[in-house]
Ligand binder design. Structure first.
Ligand code: 6GU
Length: 249
């Protein structure tokens, strides 16, 4: 059964990378069912207006309820052979962090709908309507602590992270488990031929044929790299000799 993915945006062309590469192939193979919708198709005025000034004052513009409500009605009315309702994901810097764990969770859903906001954001009543009248689970999700102009780039990142976890999308499922963020440590450094380039040799242990020594070296490298770049990921289970840490075989 394909994962249904609807994306609503005022810049549908921004989502065209979803036609390419791994995600494009997964669509051709019937593993992902991606539909992109133009929010302006759900306006009724001559200027196809999607935004207006904020009540209470303040900078910028706010996306209007009416086009969003009609767009969501349209997405739901399309139906999905595998689920009655989509889970609604709204990308925004004020959301819960998008992590590998959340990607794994979302890859198990039958149907996801992404609502791309622009400007200062979407009228709060859209979220209330989606939850209370449409009965949707609504999650605001952020890529990280920085500000993008809109949700489109975030949707590209999220659909790629989620899509590759859908069974069949990546040929070699083993390549999924040996990755940064799958077991809490960053990856070890990797090398390929030639064994020496411009006077730089590959670490000799990798040419030793000693698999235990290679595994030990790689584990040390992962710990050192994680300590240097992402100390926030380290905890007691990674300490030398810790019980139950990932290094204990
Ligand atoms: Cl998901 N959306 C927007 N607009 N800005 C962001 C973000 C998302 N994540 C970080 N910054």
């Amino acid at each position: 059964p394909a994962l249904g993915i609807d994306v609503v945006s005022i810049f549908p062309d921004y989502l065209s990378p979803l036609d390419l590469s791994l995600i494009g192939k997964a669509r051709e193979d019937g593993l992902l069912d991606v539909r992109v919708h133009d929010l302006r198709d759900f306006t009724h005025d001559r200027h196809r207006t999607v935004d207006d000034t904020p009540y209470g004052g303040g900078a910028g513009m706010v996306m209007k309820v009416q086009p969003w409500a009609e767009a969501l009605d349209h997405v739901l009315a399309q139906g999905n052979p595998y689920a009655a309702k989509p889970r609604l994901i709204v990308p925004g810097p004020g959301g819960q962090p998008f992590t590998q764990a959340l990607a794994r969770e979302l890859a198990q859903e039958p149907w996801l709908a992404f609502a791309c906001g622009r400007y200062e954001g979407i009228d709060e009543r859209v979220y209330e309507h989606a939850r209370e009248e449409l009965g949707l689970e609504v999650s605001v999700v952020s890529l990280g602590d920085y500000v993008l102009n809109g949700g489109e780039v975030a949707v590209l990142a999220m659909v790629e992270a989620i899509g590759r976890l859908v069974p069949g999308v990546i040929g070699n499922a083993e390549s999924l488990v040996e990755e940064s963020h799958e077991d809490g440590l960053l990856e070890y450094p990797i090398y390929t031929k030639p064994s020496t380039w411009a006077g730089r040799p590959v670490p000799p242990v990798l040419l030793s044929g000693n698999h235990a020594a290679i595994a030990a070296w790689r584990h040390e490298q992962r710990l050192a790299r994680t300590a240097a770049r992402r100390p926030d990921l380290l905890h007691a289970s990674h300490a030398p000799g810790a019980e139950g840490g990932p290094e204990v075989e």
